[in-house]
Design a protein around this ligand. Structure first.
Ligand SMILES: [Zn+2]
Length: 248
């Protein structure tokens, strides 16, 4: 009897958990069904053109094997949802585009004319095993603290791009300025360094508040269960973006 009650309670817990779980907000792929050729640079450039993206290839021969769907559709997502960022395309670069010995898999580049592009490292994307190793490590809980370096769910190239674009959102909408809704939410929820680690990530605690919004934005976009703080910040950013469009 006690066992069946315990089992029932477990089911209820699970149902509550499933009911609460959010559908990840990463965009569905919108590349054309005819887009099968990711093995040539010309195939990538052509598909970029179809999506209205400026695609640049740096220092690579006409032979590679990467899954660039997610990178390109993410650039389209930011261009369409956050016009203030002026995201115009992607750069797929060899190692020369990233700082030396870097583990960087993606970064955001802003040109003097105000346009923004998402840069990804071809060597990291090509070496799937290395990419997986870097990403899994960064989002796996520390056995001593239960806290992971990056938030749970943030273990994909998409999550890295979202983090980098989180910095762009913070600057474009001045999210850390006094009086901003996002800053108010952080002030209400974070009172010490331990709370930064516990409620955001250990990485956010290395440079708070600068790394807080990118980590929370990436968590909001990629975690199946972002938790209240990331939900609140993510929703406030979406509202802020809509508000600024409404006022134009
Ligand atoms: Zn960052």
């Amino acid at each position: 009897m006690a066992d069946s009650v315990a089992a029932k309670n477990k089911c209820l817990d699970l149902a509550a958990l499933l009911g609460k779980a959010k559908v990840p907000k990463a965009e569905p792929t919108r590349l054309s069904s005819s887009y099968k050729d990711q093995s040539t640079i010309s195939g990538i450039i052509n598909e970029g053109k179809r999506l209205g993206l400026d695609v640049k290839i740096v220092g690579m021969k006409d032979e590679h094997n990467m899954d660039l769907n997610r990178v390109m559709t993410t650039a389209v997502y930011y261009r369409e949802n956050f016009p203030e960022l002026n995201t115009s395309g992607v750069i797929i670069t060899d190692a020369s585009g990233m700082s030396q010995n870097s583990k960087t898999v993606a970064k955001s580049v802003r040109y003097p004319d105000g346009t923004n592009v998402i840069m990804v490292s071809a060597p990291k994307l090509k070496d799937r095993a290395e990419l997986k190793r870097i990403m899994m490590k960064s989002a796996s809980p520390n056995p001593d603290t239960g806290i992971s370096w990056h938030p749970p769910g943030c273990n994909t190239i998409q999550s890295v791009i979202d983090h980098e674009m989180g910095h762009e959102l913070e600057k474009a909408y001045r999210l850390l300025a006094d009086g901003s809704d996002v800053k108010k939410i952080l002030e209400e929820n974070i009172h010490n360094g331990m709370q930064v680690s516990f409620k955001i990530s250990d990485y956010a605690a290395t440079n708070y508040p600068d790394e807080a919004i990118p980590e929370l934005w990436s968590k909001y976009r990629n975690s199946p269960d972002p938790r209240p703080l990331a939900e609140a910040v993510g929703e406030a950013i979406m509202k802020r973006a809509k508000g600024s469009r409404g006022s134009i």
